[in-house]
Write a protein that binds this ligand. Sequence first.
Ligand SMILES: [Zn+2]
Length: 248
Amino acid sequence: MFYWRTTIASDGDACAVDLGFTGRSAGRGSGPYAGLNLGGHVGDDAADVEGNRTALAHEIDLPRERLVLMNQVHGADVVEVDGPWTGEPPAVDGVVTRATDLALAALVADCVPVLLHDARAGVVGAVHAGRPGMLAGIVGRAVAAMRDLGATAVSATVGPSVCGRCYEVPADMAQVAARTSAASAARSWSGTPAIDVAAGVVEQLAEAGVAVQWVPGCSRESGDLYSYRRDGRTGRFAGFVAQRRASA
Ligand SMILES: [Zn+2]
């Protein structure tokens, strides 16, 4: 079920943090969604998607309603959440929380999933950062939202996404991205202009004073990840982060 997963052990009174990225193995999806598709509105069977979301929640030892998903819109808005949404999820691309036993998730299929955590301060966040989000500076806004909730030493775990060599774009689009983040300038496998969105996000995190761990992997090159660039019609995998109250 998991492409990569880790736990940051609790330190004194601090909560442990459970975080990771799902893969395609396991899951109920079929056809182009085969595997653990967690994305709604991508054409997959709604009952299969809900079954997969329930399976993920169960695997991280939480009731389904405590797995919090966003209505992602490639924007730059970040909100605080303190429990399951009442009603429809808001149209945001970042969420932060001080709550425990609440998993925040970002859905991706080439975009960059960013998990933010300050275990000692007890604040975590999840961000969906695609090319528009990188250009709009969403990770900087999410880090600021973490600090508004008391985080002082924010760390980021950046998940697998489409790599720069696999993300060929028109030259003018690459130039726009490079003006926002020089680190995003890339070349494709055929030597043409490309964008390394994750490198841009990592540069923005570093500029915000955040310690970065970058999980290896390219979604387009890994069969264990969903990739829109590779497949077009496909599912979504997730980055998730949850604080766990230390058991007595
Ligand atoms: Zn690649």
